[in-house]
Ligand binder design. Sequence first.
Ligand SMILES: [Zn+2]
Length: 175
Amino acid sequence: MLEKNQHILTVTNKKEETFLRKRPADFDFSKYTAKELRELIANMRSIMRSANGVGLSANQVGLDMQLFVAELPQHNRAPKVYAIFNPKIISTSKEMQTMEEGCLSVPKTYGIVTRPQEVTLTGFDKHQKPLKVKAIGLLARIFQHEVDHLNGVVFIDKAKNLHQSEPEETNNDQI
Ligand SMILES: [Zn+2]
């Protein structure tokens, strides 16, 4: 279903952009075995890490399904990892936060995006168990960026001050 060396779709390719701008289908658990789901998540994480990303949605690797993976770096601890199927943001804080963002599907481009500082996200884990996560700061930003992808929205639609930069010239994570 997904190769480890799958290329990440970008908006610089017209055909890929069309796919990225379409809302992927709801995830149907009945179509996959537990082993297939484990492999799918492992491969998405591996693609995300190879690209130095902290989040990756399934449509960024050409899959028509509502799923994203994310990895939140922690100080002196193993990163927190997430794989969330059929995610939905059910509430957002009034407090907003403005940060520079980048995206694996928009190479070498960064911009300022204002988003709610806290969100509550619901969805399902790989065992189809419902989950609810309250996220603050960077994790809240990653969740919102990925849920945007899964609605066919790319961060450049919301960003201000878009500019070109090499990833190594910035400390910003790409999602
Ligand atoms: Zn992105």
